[in-house]
Design a binder for this molecule. Sequence first.
Ligand code: ZN
Length: 138
Amino acid sequence: MKFLRVLWFIFLGSPLLALKLIIEPTESGVRGTRVFKPLAIYAELFEKTKECSGLRGSMDGITWLAIPGTETFNTKNGPKVGMWEEASGKFTVTLAGKYIDHEMVVRHEMLHHLLRRVGHPSEYFQKCKLTWETWQKN
Ligand SMILES: [Zn+2]
């Protein structure tokens, strides 16, 4: 869709506007993101996250963004591998491309979504072991 809009501006002879659309960051403020379809495993990861937290919710409203090929991305709070955001009732999860199938990173953002908040209350993040310090692969 964005590509078509860009073409449309070029067609109308406004290359500066077209350029603006190309270089403009996404709503998340992170550059280079692409929307992707939640991976098949996400349904299971979401169930696990609901289970350990005792929270209810749906991940249907999440727009998933990734920056292909990256290990971190820059935010106003420093480099990150994942970020959950709410803006005007819309939910976005942004992930560094190399972490889109990383269970802890994906579930960490899912837990933010279930809680509908940023920040890391320990009764949830510690309990579910969804931080780098508490995460153990098994
Ligand atoms: Zn977090």
